[in-house]
Ligand binder design. Structure first.
Ligand SMILES: [Zn+2]
Length: 93
């Protein structure tokens, strides 16, 4: 009788453990997903800010223009630009 009682108790403990493990697993996945979303959000924020006009993330690029100088020679003028839907047509044209 004592053995079955212990076994029953042990089974309960085992079920309880499994429940908490499952909860921990699910909670861990949720936490990971949250972390990942947070990282992606932070990553895009670091790379560029969102344009208030078109709502797309501005991507910083090095915009290189060939500029004709006074001595009939070309030189390259490069500048950092933030590209979004508003100005991408002008830049990539
Ligand atoms: Zn824009």
């Amino acid at each position: 009788m004592r053995d079955t009682c212990l076994q029953r108790l042990w089974r309960r403990v085992a079920i309880w453990f499994e429940c908490t493990n499952r909860f921990r697993k699910v909670y861990g996945i949720m936490a990971k997903q949250h972390d990942f979303a947070e990282k992606v959000r932070k990553g895009t924020e670091e790379r560029g800010s969102r344009c208030p006009k078109c709502g797309t993330i501005r991507v910083p690029i090095l915009y290189v223009q060939s500029v004709r100088s006074a001595h009939q020679s070309y030189r390259f003028n490069s500048q950092r630009m933030q590209v979004c839907k508003c100005n991408e047509k002008e830049i990539y044209a």
